[in-house]
Design a protein around this ligand. Structure first.
Ligand code: PHE
Length: 339
């Protein structure tokens, strides 16, 4: 029996030398130390061993088991280390390898035009404020002197959320909000998104405007003209000419619309300006005294002028974009041309 035991130990250790994986190692452990293993079989045969020999054989069995267990454990640990090292080697990153390069982003044409307009106005002493895109009927219409039955309130044009709340259809409601809280004199511009239920090559349901409002004791149409001429020169370049046409807005009186010479053909007439040489760019006027009064500003003491510029239109003519909606499709090929 003693020989048998030593043979088991010898065989097991020899086999252990050839074990290459953790699964093989586990198989080996079961084969020798498991419930149906070789060593357990010996223990079962103890009954036939003479009683006086039992302690000696028992001690030997324990010794063999212990040394096998230790050897298996050691082998297991070294197999694990090997596996870990192999994984680390295969997953290593070569930090000296050149990178694939990073694609360079650029500002959206609408953002660029807005930035240019805003910085030009800031240079002229304007403060920049922003307002809510979800607006009340009061500020969007009522406070801007747009009466209840005015066509601009038509459900076809406005996105209503409830009877009295809608997506602002222009940035003009910020005139009323600022008149309520600011102490004149002040000069502000309000850039932001606006919404109308309209979609064709010159309209998108979401578009952008920049509102301007100047309030002081002596403000006139002449100041408005000087200021807008200056702004247009800054945006379109020195040689740009402007043209003022009479217009109507409920919140300004008198009202004008401003055209500039087409930046593409410089007034010659082309596809962009539909052959006229002029581009219609913005609405403006002297603030209607009713608007001042409704927001608590004394119209005998203070006057104001206001303007509202459509940003997409500007981005289109400055970049030669024929369909406004392409500005919002985010086609990477289009955006790459707009850098
Ligand atoms: N709110 C007008 C529009 O959306 C533009 C405008 C602003 C006109 C301020 C006059 C004064 O068309």
């Amino acid at each position: 029996m003693k020989e048998q035991l030593l043979k088991i130990k010898e065989d097991a250790l020899k086999e252990l030398g050839g074990v290459k994986t953790l699964t093989e190692l586990n198989d080996l452990r079961v084969k020798y130390l498991g419930k149906a293993g070789a060593l357990t079989a010996i223990l079962r045969g103890m009954r036939e061993v003479a009683p006086e020999d039992r302690p000696i054989i028992g001690a030997l069995v324990n010794e063999v088991r212990e040394s096998l267990e230790n050897a298996i454990k050691e082998r297991g640990e070294s197999l694990e280390t090997e596996a870990l090292n192999a994984r680390l080697a295969s997953e290593s990153v070569d930090i000296t390898e050149p990178s694939r390069g990073q694609a360079r982003g650029a500002l959206h044409p609408v953002t660029r035009v807005l930035d240019k307009l805003i910085s030009s106005c800031v240079d002229m002493g304007f403060s920049v404020v922003q307002g809510p895109e979800v607006e009340t009927d009061y500020y969007n219409f009522e406070a801007m002197n747009i009466p209840k039955n005015h066509p601009a309130r038509d459900m076809q044009d406005s996105f209503y959320i409830t009877d009295s709340i809608l997506l602002r259809t222009h940035t003009s409601p910020m005139q009323a909000r600022e008149l309520e809280v600011r102490k004149p004199p002040f000069k502000i511009v309000v850039p932001g998104a606006t919404y109308r239920n309209d979609s064709d090559s010159t309209h998108s349901p979401v578009f952008h405007q920049m509102e301007g409002l100047v309030v002081d004791e002596h403000v006139s149409m002449a100041d408005l003209k000087i200021m807008l001429n200056e702004l247009m020169k800054r945006v379109f370049g020195e040689g740009t000419k402007t043209r003022f046409r009479p217009a109507f807005f409920p919140f300004t009186e008198p009202s004008i619309e401003l055209d500039v010479t087409c930046p593409t053909c410089h007034g010659e007439g082309c596809r962009i300006c539909k052959g006229t040489g002029w581009l219609e760019l913005l609405g403006a006027g002297v603030v209607n005294p009713k608007v001042l009064e409704m927001s608590g500003v004394d119209s005998r003491k203070y006057k104001g002028f206001a303007f509202g510029i459509g940003i997409e239109r500007l981005a289109m003519v400055l970049n030669g974009v024929p369909d406004l909606r392409t500005l919002f499709k985010n086609d990477i090929r289009f955006l790459n041309q707009m850098r």
